[in-house]
Design a protein. Structure first.
Length: 582
């Protein structure tokens, strides 16, 4: 909510238009060249893009780059996509989590062999599809300024909300509202909105925490708890007077907007809100407080724990921006007797009745007011989950895997993660059992042994139990040290401060053989320096050659012992290697 004049509070992720979601965008390409299709996917928490491609060089890879409004996107996404033997790929997935996705997206997929590129562009103009309430909740919107009545009425027939929050008049001496005029908010406006089927929730933004505990841009309450309590009573009287003049239903809670503050003023805030709540109850009005779970909610709970006579508000409205339209997703909220509302997304633009509006959205305990809508359509759509790229080869003992997800229905409740470990040279191992992690967990660190490959897969589970497919494996391998190889005549080891694990195995002899171990078939990576060349053999059969300094990869099409043999007398040094599965 945060309607105090302190600037834009947060950027949030919003949804795609229904038209875009239904219409994949194809790259223009001639026959026989790479072609890609990128399809926007609607969700109520984030925005996802799914790509498919054809016409690439078979059994290779495509390099992926993303631009947003002409600027390279530098965040996390899958930058390499493996190409099948048929020359294509499916389900390249990117979940946008960087804020409002308005603008033009350019996706470039470049064939790693032919270097031909296929480009797809997606333009996002506005949103259309909104959230679905979780079981036991209603949905509500609020805006800094009461919208035009025509806008609200355009929304009321199709939007999934039951209520709208509005900022009622405040005593000029302590008015902290962003919009102190509220030109649309009149008694006739409230009457028409209520007649149209929405409840109207009055929000009052009066004195904030004492000046010592906030930026000083607000009108602050008195630091003396006794005086602060009388100010809370006066605020309640003023708020009810304004709500009554507007004709707002007396059964709806009156909300005090208490913005975040720093520690040191708990006693004053507790006293102020005690005055607010008890006076509203005296006036036969339900009391509510809006704010952070870790600030004002914690102080209210502490007051109630310390004094059994302390009166808590009937409703606590938590500002979370946690992207889950549910009240059980509010983190760190003390388990008090109050009912709960969750302001789960800030500043999202929705479109209903051909009319767009930027709003904050909240899920509210269904018992706070009766619903004006029919039961929601059951959620049968599984989430979409994407795992970010990891380096193919690492030299450290740990690897970090990250992921993100989007759900078009009730929201992601949890993720399941599984791991596959394969020792060097072996066939791919078995996947571990799935481990469930909270929806807020989006990364995991794994230990990696020398020569080992570690792969991770993730799937999402939504609130009603729909589970996504497992993501494509994200795999990384750790270099085995050169000292793990068996040197033949002509090879010797030396210390090198800049080398992996500070050693190199080196030679200047032609036809010198270095044995790396056995493979079940897969791929070989060799980190090497020098001007020499190495012939790679498996079970005595040549499968390729490596030239020059760098880390080189080569497919191993058969099982057997893997050897490196120098082809001339130029110096060549092996720093490390990895034998990975297919």
């Amino acid at each position: 909510m945060s309607r105090i004049p302190i600037g834009l509070l947060a950027l949030v992720v919003v949804l795609l238009s229904a038209v875009l979601a239904a219409a994949p965008v194809h790259a223009a390409s001639a026959a026989g060249t790479p072609s890609v299709t990128v399809t926007p996917t609607v969700g109520d928490e984030m925005t996802a893009f799914r790509g498919t491609g054809t016409g690439f060089t078979p059994s290779t890879s495509a390099d992926v780059s993303v631009e947003v409004n002409g600027n390279p996107f530098t965040g996390s996404y899958t930058k390499t996509r493996r190409i099948s033997a048929a020359g294509g790929f499916v389900d390249w997935v990117w979940v946008w989590t960087e804020g409002d996705p308005y603008g033009t997206y350019t996706f470039t997929f470049t064939d790693s062999v032919s270097h031909q590129a296929a480009i797809a562009m997606v333009t996002i103009k506005h949103t259309a599809t909104g959230p679905k309430p979780a079981a036991g909740t209603h949905l509500m919107v609020d805006t800094a300024s009461a919208p035009a009545l025509a806008t609200v009425q355009a929304w009321q027939s199709t939007a999934p909300y039951d209520a709208i929050g509005v900022y009622v008049p405040v005593d000029q001496a302590v008015d902290n509202r962003h919009d102190k005029v509220q030109g649309n908010l009149t008694q006739s406006w409230v009457s028409a909105v209520q007649t149209g089927g929405w409840h109207v929730l009055p929000i009052y933004v009066g004195p904030q925490a004492p000046d010592a505990c906030q930026s000083g841009s607000f009108h602050g309450m008195n630091a003396d708890p006794a005086v602060a309590q009388t100010q809370g009573v006066a605020a309640a009287d003023d708020a009810v007077g304004g709500a009554n003049l507007l004709g707002i239903d007396a059964a709806i809670p009156v909300v005090y907007d208490m913005e975040s503050y720093t520690p040191g003023c708990s006693a004053a805030v507790q006293a102020f809100l005690l005055g607010w709540t008890t006076e509203l109850h005296r006036l036969h009005r339900p009391a509510a407080v809006y704010g952070g779970a870790s600030s004002v909610a914690t102080d209210l709970a502490a007051a109630a724990d310390g004094d059994p006579g302390y009166v808590l508000p009937d409703l606590f409205w938590a500002a979370t921006d946690n992207r889950r339209a549910a009240i059980d997703s509010v983190k760190d909220l003390p388990p008090e007797s109050w009912k709960v509302a969750n302001q789960y997304i800030f500043g999202v633009t929705r479109t209903y009745g051909a009319t767009s509006l930027t709003v904050d959205e909240s899920a509210v305990d269904a018992s706070v007011w009766p619903s004006t809508r029919s039961d929601p359509v059951p959620d049968t759509t599984a989430p979409i989950v994407s795992v970010a790229d990891v380096p193919r080869l690492i030299g450290t003992s740990q690897a970090s895997f990250t992921w993100s997800g989007v759900d078009a229905g009730t929201g992601i409740a949890s993720y399941q993660v599984r791991t596959r470990r394969t020792a060097g040279g072996h066939a791919a191992g078995a996947w571990s059992g799935a481990v469930a992690v909270p929806a807020t967990t989006r990364s995991r660190t794994e230990k990696v042994r020398a020569g080992e490959q570690v792969c991770e897969q993730v799937r999402g589970v939504d609130v009603v139990g729909n589970a996504s497919d497992w993501t494509l494996p994200a795999c990384t391998s750790r270099l085995d040290d050169d000292r793990s190889a068996a040197p033949g005549p002509g090879w010797h080891r030396k210390h090198a401060a800049t080398a992996y694990r500070r050693t190199l195995t080196t030679t200047t002899r032609a036809h010198a053989v270095l044995t790396l171990g056995r493979t079940a078939g897969g791929r070989l990576a060799v980190a090497m320096t020098g001007r020499g060349s190495l012939v790679v053999k498996v079970a005595g059969h040549r499968v390729g050659a490596l030239h020059g300094s760098g880390t080189h990869w080569l497919g191993l099409p058969r099982k057997g012992k893997v050897t490196l043999t120098t082809s001339n007398g130029r110096r060549v040094s092996v720093d490390g290697f990895a034998l990975t599965p297919r």
